[in-house]
Design a protein around this ligand. Structure first.
Ligand code: DX5
Ligand code: ZN
Length: 233
């Protein structure tokens, strides 16, 4: 059952499994598997081989899976020039597009393009980028993503040094009384979800720990969601 953007609240710990860790030869059944397990969104990692040293998939794949599911598409663009690709991803069925503040395009232009195509907008910072880089844009966006690994590959270890930035951003969201969701991406599992929630993160991207959990995706999502009790806004 599709959840709408309006149904997502900061008070709820949400899980967005990353398709990057799925079996790419069986995308339809892989998506069904995490939907049945209670995923709130689906995280789509788009890599251009330039902004990051890896290539994943593009609009044709997003468009193909859109025909098979109505789950909310949380689309993470790791692209040097996101502006050029907002329209193709919107037409392919993205619901929210998140782009890097470190990209080569003007963030205000990218935000305007997302709005033109009726998309929710997120902005993301790499592990070494300060929280303050996002401060000028907070009133204009719907979601913030903090990378807890260097973008480019799934299955990397969580960088706990980004937790302070999560707290800074959550406090800023609260101080400005904004409805922005705070998301984290990279190395999230049953253990690292706890300090993330304690530092104000309510939207958890998890690739390896959900799609490849030895006890199945149901168990993986249940474990992640049990950190609801640790969430401190
Ligand atoms: C990394 C991607 C992540 C990654 C997460 O560039 O943005 O979404 O797939 O994968 P795990 O959860 O395996 O670290
Ligand atoms: Zn991602």
């Amino acid at each position: 059952m599709k959840r709408t953007w309006e149904s997502f609240s900061n008070k709820e710990l949400l899980v967005s499994p990353s398709l990057l860790a799925a079996d790419f030869s069986n995308l339809e059944s892989e998506i069904k598997r995490i939907e049945d397990a209670g995923a709130d969104m689906l995280h789509l990692d788009i890599m251009d081989g330039h902004f990051v040293p890896n290539i994943s998939f593009g609009p044709p794949v997003v468009s193909a899976i859109r025909k098979k599911t109505d789950i909310f598409f949380d689309t993470h663009l790791m692209l040097t020039n996101p502006a050029k690709y907002i329209e193709p991803f919107a037409k392919a069925g993205a619901d929210l597009i998140t782009f890097h503040v470190e990209c080569d395009d003007d963030p205000d232009e990218v935000i305007a393009l997302c709005r033109k195509f009726d998309l929710k907008v997120g902005m993301v910072i790499k592990p070494k980028t300060p929280a303050e880089a996002l401060f000028p844009y907070l009133e204009k966006i719907d979601m913030i993503l903090v990378m807890s690994v260097e973008p480019g590959f799934g299955g990397q270890s969580f960088m706990s040094e980004v937790l302070g930035k999560c707290r800074t951003l959550r406090n800023e969201i609260t101080a400005r009384n904004l409805p922005i969701l705070l998301e984290i991406d990279g190395g999230i599992d049953a253990k690292t979800v706890i300090p993330s929630a304690q530092n104000g993160v309510n939207l958890m991207v998890a690739g390896t720990s959900v799609f490849r959990h030895p006890e199945g995706a149901d168990k993986a999502i249940e474990l992640l969601k049990s950190a609801q009790k640790d969430l401190v806004l």
